[in-house]
Each structure stands twice: as C-alpha cells, then as structure tokens.
Ligand binder design. Structure first.
Ligand code: BMP
Length: 268
C-alpha cells in the first residue's frame, strides 16, 4: 500500500500539485507535524508560528475565531502569515469545513471578508452535500492561478461523530471524482481499499501525547497510534503545543514522535 512508501517517493508521484509540494516539504524538513494555531490574537499567532516554523510542514488556521478590529487587519494578517510560510517553507491550511451546496461554498471560499482561496493552500469540506461541494470549491481554486488542494472530512476525532466506517468509504468514493483537487482526508487513520495508483494524504487532528480528551467531546490519540499503527500521514496538534509554557520544546516532542512513527512504518 502507498502508506509503506516514503514521503520522498510519494512527492514524485502524487496526483495533486499541492500533495507533491507538501510531501516534498515533509521529506526535506523531516516533519509531519501540523500546528493548529487556535489563538484569537493575530499577533500572538504570528509570533508563535514564526517560532515553530522550522518544525512544521503545515499551519492550520480557523480564520473566523481571530479577533480582527478592522477589515484591513485581516489582510495584514494573511499577508504576514503567507510571508512566514515562505520564510519557513510550510503550507497554510484553513480549517473552514465547508458544508453547503456548490454555488454557496464557491462564494464562501472566494469572497466575504476572509477571501480564503487567495491565501490558503489547503482547505477542507464535509461530504454531506454531495459532489457539488467539490466542484464548487474547485471552480474557485482554478481562478486563483496558484495550486490549491482540498481535504474531505471522512471521520472526526470527537465523541459521537457520524463519520468513519461507511461514511468514510462514501467520502473516498466522492474524492475519486476529482483526483486533481482532492489531496486526501481528515480521518483517524489511512483509508481502507485504496486502489492501485491511489495516494491519499491523511491528516489526523485530536492528537496529544498522553491521550485523554477535553470537556466538550474531543478525544485524543497519540502520534504513534495515528501515524504508526493506523497509517495516517500528518498529525495536527493544537492545545498540546499552543498552550504549553515552552511551545518549541513541546512541538519538538510531537515532531520527533510523529516522524519516528513514520520512519518505523516505512522501514517495516
Ligand atoms: P486540539 O489539538 O487543541 O484539540 O485542536 C484540534 C483542532 O483540530 C481544532 O482546531 C479542531 O477544530 C480541529 N479538528 C478536530 O479536533 N477534530 C476533527 O475531527 C477535525 C478537526 O478539524
């Protein structure tokens, strides 16, 4: 299966341009760590990301949780974040979780105050509305003139979520309809039944060393469990790093754990 191939090898053959770029970054920086920068102060986010830049392949944002005082401060933030992405060689993933009909998500992705398509290399979407959501987002991605990729949510980390199992399989079927734009999935492990020549990048949120959960239904797995045992590619870590007194030291623990789990997997 493709999960036994190295990121370097997959970077040569991934069907999406964003997938090739991300896998190249992962291989060269030796990191499959994505930081979920879930802070509400824009300057705190930028300071944190500048510190963690060398350790990560990807930054995940929730642009709509950030406190912006003026419309121009949104553009200032996305411009500064893009500059950090260039400086440290990582990609940006806006965790927008689009969930509407194609026509509406096209407007949401292109416009409004956030203009997500203009600065975010990767975004994600639920499969509930059907394949029109992928077509709507892809039409906007094509307008941008720079590579863009999409992750489909097939399974969530939270207690009682309706994903996984048959839902995940149907999500994979839907993704097969657009192999140029859909990079992979949000799930807790590799997808079953990948066909010859398929390569799906799977990213897993809900990761914390020590496991556990929070008071609102979040459940945590370890890097070894999602990457080593279950074949996911990228660990997404929020509070495990961003709430730490020493984020750089803790991010390094996650990078080493997730990278070590990957190295063992491909050596097996
Ligand atoms: P934390 O590591 O602090 O629990 O943060 C997890 C992040 O991943 C949050 O930004 C959340 O929105 C996101 N997320 C998740 O936790 N589970 C999912 O299944 C999908 C997500 O995007």
């Amino acid at each position: 299966s493709y999960t036994m191939r190295t990121y370097e090898a997959r970077a040569e053959t991934h069907p999406t341009e964003i997938g090739r770029r991300l896998l190249t970054i992962m291989a060269s920086k030796k990191t499959n760590l994505c930081i979920s920068a879930d802070l509400t102060d824009p300057s705190q986010i930028l300071a944190l990301v500048d510190k963690l830049g060398p350790q990560i392949c990807l930054v995940k944002t929730h642009i709509d949780i950030i406190t912006f005082t003026t419309p121009s401060s949104i553009t200032d933030f996305t411009t500064a974040l893009s500059a950090l992405a260039t400086k440290h060689n990582f990609l940006i993933f806006e965790d927008r979780k689009f969930a509407d009909i194609g026509s509406t998500v096209a407007h949401q992705y292109r416009g409004g105050v956030y203009r997500i398509a203009s600065w975010s290399h990767i975004t994600n979407a639920h499969t509930v509305p059907g394949p029109g959501i992928i077509a709507g987002l892809h039409s906007v991605a094509k307008e941008v003139g720079e590579p863009r990729g999409l992750l489909m949510l097939g399974e969530m980390s939270s207690e009682g979520n309706l994903g996984g199992g048959e839902y995940l399989q149907k999500t994979v079927e839907m993704a097969r309809g657009d192999r140029e734009f859909v990079v992979g999935f949000i799930a807790q492990g590799k997808v079953d039944g990948a066909k010859e020549g398929e390569d799906w990048i799977v990213m897993s949120p809900g990761v914390k060393l020590g496991g556990g959960g929070d008071a609102l239904g979040q459940r945590y797995n370890t890097p070894q469990s999602v990457v080593g045992d279950k074949g996911s590619d990228v660990v997404i870590v929020g509070r495990g790093v961003i709430m730490s007194e020493d984020p750089v030291t803790d991010a390094e623990k996650y990078r080493v754990a997730a990278w070590g789990a990957y190295e063992k997997r491909v050596a097996a």
